[in-house]
Design a binder for this molecule. Structure first.
Ligand SMILES: *Cc1c(COP(=O)(O)O)cnc(C)c1O
Length: 439
């Protein structure tokens, strides 16, 4: 049935592995139809936080489904949206008086970014500065698959086929750093000087600067320091561009702090959240803006209003899942789990080096390393590596030649050790052949 009728995401179906049919899950274990288990080391594409089928979240959804499953969100509101907003508002780090205050709901990371882009553009139009319509992005950054999100992520290389649909974006290089990297300061300096040049060349034309703060996820878990993000954001602000942080992947504790921007010590003007927001249970996203951005949209006609919305905006069941997930996230137990994962990752790196594994790096619960040699997304090496891990009961899905772990927070020390062991073995087996395996 699958082979005959289903079209899978981000997949070249010709020659791809047969999809594994997962029938249940618990904690970080996935069970296929034959009873084989897989340890989910990538939180099922970065969405899961506390483990699969978590009973607290599952029952919150079930209860909400019996009370109110969905209602139009224009002209109406509902208790789960209000309670979630209250919890998120309290949890977001702030830098008074410019706190993130207005919550615009949608249903996935791409729409959260799309909303942010439209907000920034329309904000400047409403402020009588329509010439501010360009965006700056980090080279290699990924912001989602809709047309606006593809445009700001064009340099990720995923979207060449759709280039003609997209608008032009200015980019600066991303100064990726790793454990023991001695060139970090120089790379940052160069990127900042390129940013200065861009800002002066396009003075008065920049609507916003969009970042994945500190970790470029889809680019291969490339990492940079918080200070670099803060310096970029400050430069952008000096030339009045809005600062947009896409924390779709980095939010909700992945990088060590609840939100990555806390470590950058700067609050964005617009923040995009999705993926972990519902604990990985239901599609939900929110774009959070400063009050002064919201105020620029107030006016007598519809012309100044944000012309954006989705059918399932602020779905009550998704909000109920998110409330339950926030409660779990803010609990001491979750904080201790995240801290333990971070320590374990750090110990693994400190115990290195490992054969053919380069550029080891950690940010909070995320660990990554590159296998020496070169590969392309979806190439033969990727496929062989995927199979290598699956055969060992591990869901570890390489991005090109980058191996990474981004586990649910319930993952135990022993499970992490099993994953590290497999990664080291993969380096030994595939490392020196990586170049010849490139498809
Ligand atoms: C995954 C991701 C998106 C897109 O989210 P979807 O829910 O897949 O549309 C946007 N930005 C970042 C940083 C992401 O990691």
């Amino acid at each position: 049935m699958d082979a005959r009728h289903i079209w899978h995401p981000f997949t070249q179906a010709k020659g791809s592995l047969d999809p594994i049919c997962i029938v249940k899950a618990e904690g970080n274990k996935l069970y296929d139809h034959a009873g084989k288990t897989y340890l989910d080391m990538i939180s099922s594409w970065w969405v899961n936080l506390h483990g699969h089928a978590h009973p607290k979240i599952a029952s919150a959804i079930a209860e909400q489904a019996q009370k109110l499953e969905q209602v139009i969100f224009a002209d109406f509101t509902h208790p789960p949206a209000l309670e979630l907003t209250k919890k998120l508002h309290a949890a977001l780090p702030r830098e008074n008086p410019r706190e993130l205050n207005r919550f615009f709901f949608s249903d996935n990371g791409s729409t959260a970014v799309e909303s942010a882009i439209k907000m920034a553009l329309h904000y400047w139009r409403n402020k009588d500065q329509p010439q501010r319509r360009k965006f700056i992005a980090l080279e290699g950054a990924y912001h989602g698959d809709t047309v606006g999100a593809m445009s700001v992520g064009m340099k990720s290389g995923f979207f060449d086929a759709y280039k003609s649909l997209c608008f032009d974006v200015l980019t600066i290089p991303f100064p990726a750093i790793w454990h023991g990297d001695k060139t970090a300061a120089e790379k940052e300096k160069q990127a900042l000087s390129q940013l200065k040049n861009l800002l002066s060349q396009h003075d008065g034309e920049i609507a916003g600067f969009i970042f994945e703060p500190m970790v470029l996820g889809a680019a291969g878990m490339k990492m940079c320091g918080g200070d670099f993000i803060r310096d970029c954001a400050n430069l952008a602000r000096q030339s009045k561009a809005l600062v947009i942080f896409d924390e779709v992947m980095t939010g909700f504790g992945r990088t060590g702090s609840l939100f990555a921007y806390e470590q950058c010590k700067i609050t964005p003007d617009i923040l995009c959240l999705a993926k972990g927001l519902s604990g990985g249970f239901l599609p939900l996203a929110v774009t959070v803006a400063h009050e002064d951005i919201y105020e620029a949209f107030l006016g007598d006609g519809f012309g100044k209003a944000l012309a954006h919305g989705h059918s399932y905006t602020a779905n009550p069941m998704a909000c109920a899942a998110a409330i339950a997930s926030m409660d779990l996230l803010l609990d001491e137990e979750s904080a201790a789990q995240r801290e333990a994962i971070k320590k374990s990752h750090q110990n693994f790196i400190d115990a290195g080096p490992y054969a053919n594994l380069e550029k080891l790096r950690v940010k909070g619960t995320i660990l990554a390393a590159d296998i020496s040699g070169q590969s392309v997304y979806g190439g033969k090496l990727s496929q062989d590596l995927k199979l290598f891990f699956l055969n060992r009961g591990l869901l570890i899905r390489p991005i090109g030649n980058t191996l990474y772990i981004l586990p649910p927070y319930c993952t135990t020390e022993q499970e992490l050790k099993d994953a590290y062991h497999a990664i080291v073995e993969a380096g030994e087996i595939f490392g020196d052949t990586a170049i010849s395996l490139v498809a």
